[in-house]
Design a protein around this ligand. Structure first.
Ligand code: MSP
Length: 516
C-alpha cells in the first residue's frame, strides 16, 4: 500500500430527492480528485453515501406510505446507481441508518456531554424542514401571505420543544483562531471570508436534539430525544474512518479527512458546526472544506416547480459519460456558480474533444499506421520545436498537480487543453505529411514527439475521462502497469518499435439531432 494517504468525501445526500445534476457535480469533482491522487501514488479513501434521518425524510416516507427504513432502503439505491453510472471510484458508501454509524454518533454525543458542551433546555424558534436548519428571526425574509422564508427560500415553521443544546456560543473565539491558524481550511477565500464574518457576528447555542418526531438516532440515556440530523449526518465522515475506534488502523490512517467537498449552501454546517463539535470532543477537524457553486439551467434557477431539473443520466445518454464529466468540470471556474447551456456543452465536445484531442490522436495514429509500419518510430535528434512541445508535456503534471491541490479543477483542465492546442499547432507546423517524401528521418522524430505528447495527455486525462483515456492508452500500446503518473516524462518514454494497434476514433463529433 502506498505510504501517502488521502481521504476525500462528498456530502451524504438526502434520500428524498431524485439524483440530479447538483449531486452529480459534487460527486464528480471528488472523483476527479480521488482518481488524480490515486494515479499520483496516494492510497485514497473516497467516501459518499446517503443522509437518511430527519423530518424531511420521515415526511417523504409518510407521503410514500411506507415505513422510513424501508423507504430509505429503496431510495438509497438510487444514489449508489448514480455513482455507478458516473463511473465514480468511491471506496465506501455510507448510510446513516447503518449500525456502525449509530454507534459512532452516540459515542460522539457521549464525548460532547462529558466535555460539558451539551446541556438540556428548551428550544423555541424557527426551523426549515427543507434545509433541516434552525434560523434566527433576523435571517428570515417575508414570503407570500405573511409567511416567512429562510435565506435559501425554504419555508420555516415555529418549533417549541424540549431540546439539548450544544454550547456553540462558547466556540466563536476558538473557531476564529482555528481559521486564522489554518488559512487553507475553507476554500475558496471568498467563502472563507463569509464564514469568518458569520462567526464574528456572534454564535448562538445550537439545538442538537428533537422530541416532536421519531426518525433519528436516539440520544444515549434519553431516548425521548433524537439527535439533530446535521450532528448525525456530519459524523458519517468519521464513522467511515472507523470512529469510535480511534486506535483502529483506518482511523489513524485516514482521520482527519483531507477534504470535505460541499456545495456553498451547506458550508456553514461543515465549516462552523463540524469543527466546533470535533474540537469540543477533543478530535481533529478535517484539513479542508471546499465549497463549490451552483448550476443554473440556461440562465434560470433550477427547481422542481420550474420543471427544469437536469437529469445527469439523460446527459450521459445523449452526450456520453466522459464528455459530460469533462464538460461539468471544465466549463465553470470551480467554486463559482455556473450556467448550464446545451450549446456550450456541444461546443466543448466538438471543439476540445472531437476536433482537439480526438483529432490530434487520430491524425497522428492513422499517419503512423500508414507510414511508420504501425509502430512507434525511432526519433532522431530533437529540433527546438520538438523540445518545446516535450517540455510543455513534461511539465504538465506539475501544473495540474498544483491546481488540483487547490481544487482549481478548471485550471488543471485548461492547462491540459493548452497542451492539446499546442500539439495541434505543432503538427501543422512540423507537417509530417510533407516530410514523408523529403525527410523521412525527420518525419519519424515528429511522429515520435507527437505520440509521446499524446501519451502524456492520455495519462493525465484519466481522472476526468477514465474510459476514453484508457482507450487512447490502449491505442498507444501503453501497458496497464505504465499508466500512473510515475510514468510521465522521461520515466515512461515510448520505445521505438512498439506496435500500435489499428487506430479507432475515441471522441466522436456530436451531431445535434434537434438541429439537423
Ligand atoms: N444531506 C445534506 C448533506 C449532509 S453532509 C454531512 C445535503 N444533502 S443534499 O442531497 O441536499 O445535497 C445536495 C448537494 O448537491 C449539495 O452539495 C448541494 O450544494 C448540491 N447541489 C444541489 N443543487 C445544486 C445545483 N443546482 N448546482 C450545484 N450543486 C447543487 O445537503
Amino acid at each position: 500500500m502506498p505510504s501517502k494517504s488521502y481521504y476525500i468525501t462528498t456530502p451524504i445526500y438526502y434520500v428524498n430527492d431524485k439524483p440530479h445534476i447538483g449531486h452529480a457535480y459534487t460527486t464528480l469533482a471528488c472523483d476527479l480528485l480521488a482518481r488524480f491522487k490515486r494515479l499520483d501514488g496516494y492510497d485514497v479513501m473516497f467516501l459518499t453515501g446517503t443522509d437518511e434521518h430527519g423530518q424531511k425524510v420521515e415526511k417523504a416516507a409518510q407521503t410514500a406510505g411506507i415505513d422510513p427504513k424501508a423507504f430509505c432502503d429503496q431510495v438509497s439505491q438510487n444514489f449508489r446507481d448514480l455513482a455507478k453510472s458516473l463511473n465514480v471510484s468511491n471506496t465506501d458508501f455510507i448510510r446513516t441508518t447503518e449500525p456502525r454509524h449509530i454507534k459512532s454518533v452516540q459515542a460522539l454525543w457521549d464525548k460532547l456531554l462529558a466535555a460539558g458542551d451539551i446541556y438540556l433546555g428548551h428550544y423555541e424558534g424557527w426551523y426549515a424542514v427543507r434545509d433541516e436548519a434552525f434560523y434566527q428571526e433576523d435571517e428570515l425574509t417575508a414570503g407570500p401571505d405573511g409567511s416567512k422564508l429562510a435565506p435559501s427560500g425554504a419555508p420555516v415553521e415555529w418549533v417549541k420543544e424540549p431540546s439539548y443544546f450544544f454550547k456553540l456560543s462558547a466556540w466563536g473565539e476558538r473557531l476564529l483562531k482555528f481559521y486564522d491558524e489554518n488559512p487553507g481550511f475553507i476554500l475558496p477565500n471568498s467563502r472563507r471570508n463569509e464564514v469568518i464574518s458569520f462567526v464574528k457576528g456572534g454564535l448562538h447555542d445550537l439545538s442538537v436534539s428533537r422530541t416532536t418526531f421519531k426518525w433519528g438516532v436516539p440520544v444515549p440515556n434519553d431516548p425521548a430525544h433524537i439527535m439533530y440530523v446535521w450532528l448525525d449526518a456530519l459524523t458519517n465522515y468519521m464513522t467511515a474512518a472507523g470512529y469510535p475506534d480511534t486506535d483502529s488502523a483506518s482511523y489513524k490512517r485516514y482521520w482527519p479527512a483531507d477534504l470535505h467537498m460541499v456545495g456553498k449552501d451547506i458550508l456553514r454546517f461543515h465549516a462552523v458546526y463540524w469543527p466546533a463539535f470535533l474540537m469540543a470532543a477533543g478530535l481533529q477537524p478535517p484539513k479542508r472544506v471546499f465549497a463549490h457553486g451552483w448550476w443554473t439551467n440556461e440562465g434560470q434557477k433550477i427547481s422542481k416547480s420550474l420543471g427544469n431539473v437536469i437529469d445527469p443520466l439523460a446527459l450521459i445518454e445523449e452526450f456520453g459519460l466522459d464528455q459530460t464529466r469533462y464538460f461539468l468540470m471544465r466549463e465553470v471556474p470551480f467554486g463559482n456558480d455556473g450556467d448550464f447551456r446545451r450549446d456550450g456543452l456541444i461546443q466543448r465536445i466538438n471543439s476540445e474533444l472531437a476536433n482537439g484531442f480526438g483529432n490530434l490522436a487520430q491524425r497522428t495514429l492513422s499517419f503512423c499506421a500508414k507510414n511508420a509500419d504501425a509502430s512507434v518510430p525511432a526519433p532522431g535528434p530533437l529540433a527546438d520545436i520538438d523540445e518545446a512541445l516535450l517540455a510543455q508535456a513534461d511539465s504538465l503534471s506539475d501544473t495540474m498537480r498544483k491546481a488540483m491541490d487547490e481544487q482549481a479543477l478548471h485550471v488543471a483542465l485548461q492547462s491540459w487543453y493548452d497542451l492539446v492546442d499546442a500539439a495541434n499547432k505543432y503538427i501543422d507546423v512540423a507537417a509530417p505529411w510533407t516530410l514523408r517524401k523529403t525527410d523521412p528521418a525527420r518525419m519519424n522524430t515528429v511522429l515520435w514527439a507527437l505520440l509521446e505528447t499524446i501519451r502524456q495527455l492520455a495519462i493525465l486525462a484519466q481522472p476526468a475521462m477514465p474510459d476514453s483515456a484508457a482507450r487512447m492508452l490502449d491505442q498507444l500500446g501503453v501497458s496497464e502497469a505504465a499508466r500512473s503518473f510515475a510514468h510521465l516524462g522521461e520515466a515512461g518514454r515510448l520505445r521505438a518499435g512498439t506496435p500500435l494497434p489499428t487506430p479507432q476514433g475515441v471522441f466522436p463529433r456530436y451531431q445535434d439531432a434537434a438541429k439537423a
